[in-house]
Design a protein around this ligand. Sequence first.
Ligand code: AMP
Ligand code: GLY
Length: 423
Amino acid sequence: MNIMVIGGGGREHAIVHKLSQSPKADKIYALPGNGGIAAEAQCVPISATDIDGIVEFAKSHDIDFAVVAPDDPLVLGAVDALNAIGIKCFGPDAKAAIIEGSKVFSKNLMKKYNIPTALYEVFDNPSDAVAYIEKGSFPVVIKADGLALGKGVIIAQDFAEAKDAVSMIMEDKVFGKSGNNIVVEEFLTGPEVSVLCFTDGKTVVPMVSSMDHKRIGDGDTGLNTGGMGTIAPNPCYTDAVAEECMRTIFLPTIEAMNAEGRTFKGCLYFGLMLTPKGPKVIEYNCRFGDPETQVVLPLLESDLLDIMIATADGTLADAEVNFSSGAAACVVVASDGYPKAYDKGIEITEKPLGADCFVYHAGTALKDGKLVTSGGRVAGVTATAPTLAEALAKAYAATESFEFANKYMRKDIGQKALAILKG
Ligand code: AMP
Ligand code: GLY
């Protein structure tokens, strides 16, 4: 089969790497891909949001199957456009991708179908929002309705911060149209768990759970980032919690989307908080998480291409989806300065890696045949092992095989999970 993967980050590298292990995969194209993906797929310089360009490429390259990985092309209707020319896709259509594309939609969906989530109100103008916030308690959570590169959530500690956040989103329009409406939400507490699920709209198959580390600094301090590291499985996600989530969150969400005429097919990402009152949904994503995918897919023992095709065909119930009982850890190596300003174009030197280690490239490019940095998060250095402690030790050791000037990484990825495991 000729396969096309849309996107060019660490998540897409993990998807391409896994797909390339399928006996059914012949040629794999990545649009646009990156410096690391280029070793496993043919990279094509077409942007992930250039829907017309993607469709034209698919038509002229005999594509049998497409995987649309990032949120923006999904929300923009890449799957609809490819389906319209007869190309089978892994990923939701635009009607279903709205579950991530609009927080107002997803919050109203949860309220209508009694899916546990934080209490909230929606506002379309700043003065009503501020008047409501003034009467409430703090911290309070303020979310831009639309996509905002993962930066649209502000946790305001007091009224002044909340007022600034409302003004920044609704008046200064720092996230553009995404800030036309906002959600003001109750602040929840508890451990966070990411659960990615395959679903064809009938069957839901959760993947191994994971834990992201979103802040830039050790001890969860400093600015929010796209994710500085992940571990899987997440020790907070016990069998009992998994059973409760399936019953109160996963199945009800799939059924709710069906009832709304928005059947979801693809990977549905549940960002959960395990609150004292039970698991609640913090966010839905209409796609694989990044960098969660970099620890989840290495533990998948079954053929990813078979699962993705079954998801698209509506035969997921018959697919084999097995995960190893081991653990995985991913340490993101970033350019110093990220998530603020940082230098690009810095040369990278790679050394051979130990067994069960892999570097998923995120912000890398090939320039005159040399590998250079091209983004803030440069790569996710990943290892699998029978235990989390071993996986972390191997992943941190492997970061020494991927060097560039101004390399920055958190030193404490997985420490919280290890402490939980030790009780
Ligand atoms: P998001 O961009 O939606 O992933 O949100 C970023 C982070 O904000 C989440 O991972 C949580 O840590 C935090 N967050 C979002 N909503 C809430 C909430 N209602 N209560 C507490 N923390 C939240
Ligand atoms: N790691 C969070 C996300 O992919 O949105």
